[in-house]
Design a protein around this ligand. Sequence first.
Ligand code: FAD
Ligand code: MLT
Ligand code: ZN
Length: 453
Amino acid sequence: MDLRQALVEVVGSRHVLSDPELKSSYERDYTGRYGGRARLVVRPADTEQVAGVMAACARAGAAIVPQGGNTGLVGASVPRNGEVLLSLQRLTAIGDVDEAIGQVTVGAGATLAALQDAAKAADQDAALDFGARDSCTDGGVVACDAGGARALRHGTARAHVAGLEAVLADGSIVSRLAGLTKDNAGYNLPQLLVGSEGTLGIITRVRWKLAPLLAARVAALVPLQTAREAADLLRALRADAPSLESCDFFLDEGLELVLEHQQRESPIKDRSPFYVLAECAAQSDPTEELAAALEDAGIDDALIADDTASRRGLWTLREGHTDAINAAGVPHKLDIGVPLRELDRFIDAVPGAVEQAGAERVILFGHLGDGNVHVNVLGADPDDERPDEAVLELAIKCGGTISAEHGVGVAKAAYLERARGPAELAAMRAIKRALDPDNLLNPGAVLTATRGR
Ligand code: FAD
Ligand code: MLT
Ligand code: ZN
């Protein structure tokens, strides 16, 4: 029996796509930089079907690229070399919220927004959020260990995973969904799969830890002159505003691009080079706490947003960067993390490094509180690695990481050894060989396929 027929027997003919037109929306990534042809697109409906698909692919020696909402930004959610594209989007079931312990079990294909809504309906909070919320899936979020603005207070996806269910490369199912707070029985396989970007197993369900819902919120947009001032402000807010939840930043050039793209007037009349967007959340109104912290930090020109609509208005300026940049060209997206003491050195040095590498333009924004800078290079050929190399080298020199929250994917796989060193890379390769001996799961993502495989 050929692979197509074997897959049809598992999921039904409607859910095995071979028509190029039907496959095309699964074959190009969000940035437009990465993509290729899928041998087939297969869309299982539940864990058992995922296991059947994996077993059939293992028997046929067929490589697989798992895909959730296809909002990943490192090229690993799309086929490159005729792999089978495994879409998890039909696994959308969301269980009842266990209010006593604050947990819920969600299907890998449910969107982040659906998880947020389910939590809110039970007066709880999923406590993770970012601009792709309506399309990205919970399986994808966990597979990337996504972060976003609220990670400053609540941690990245990893901090929310109380357990998960997954299908391994041979089709076997592993399940830890009891959500036990304490469970030291053996290696923590669920946490190994967090951030593994579809290279060690297919996540089918996630046991998600919720947080108490803090309904009282206030945001402030603070115009500043330099990255150094921003780092000082962060220090002050952390010390004086315990309800601080997010502290993001963007620059005036990015703001201009967003305003043009959203066809909107600037809410800030006196423009400045650097902006910090901070948000506080608490049981009772944190406005006074934030205002006092800003005053102590010598800030008297912040724009305060104390209702939902005006807060959203400010956040769309920050979240709108991704799409505004995409509309300006195919970006090279580099997601850097640096120690806070190095932040201003890194931010000041990036434009020169990018220009020397032959690119025209760079837009910076990100999650200040996490030292997480999104470096978006425009005007470079998609295959020209020089700007990527320059920015990633600079990050390593500053004691930082080549991937703070987007993952390694295929975009940064070639740089991983430089960032982590040979011993750590050898350990990663050993883990990969143990769980996926035939290199069928997202080959070329995270680890390059060249050595040792
Ligand atoms: P996909 O893009 O489909 O896949 C991402 C990776 O996970 C791929 O390697 C894929 O093979 C693997 N994968 C997907 N599903 C599974 C599964 N069930 N089992 C195993 N592997 C799987 N990220 C941040 O961290 N912080 C942000 O603030 C942020 N903001 C974003 C804003 C926008 C507008 C966009 C487009 C993206 C943003 N991202 C952000 C990127 C982020 O990583 C993704 O949005 C999200 O985590 C990916 O989910 P997805 O379902 O789209 O996964
Ligand atoms: C963000 O913080 O908005 C995201 O990580 C998306 C991006 O970097 O474009
Ligand atoms: Zn981000």
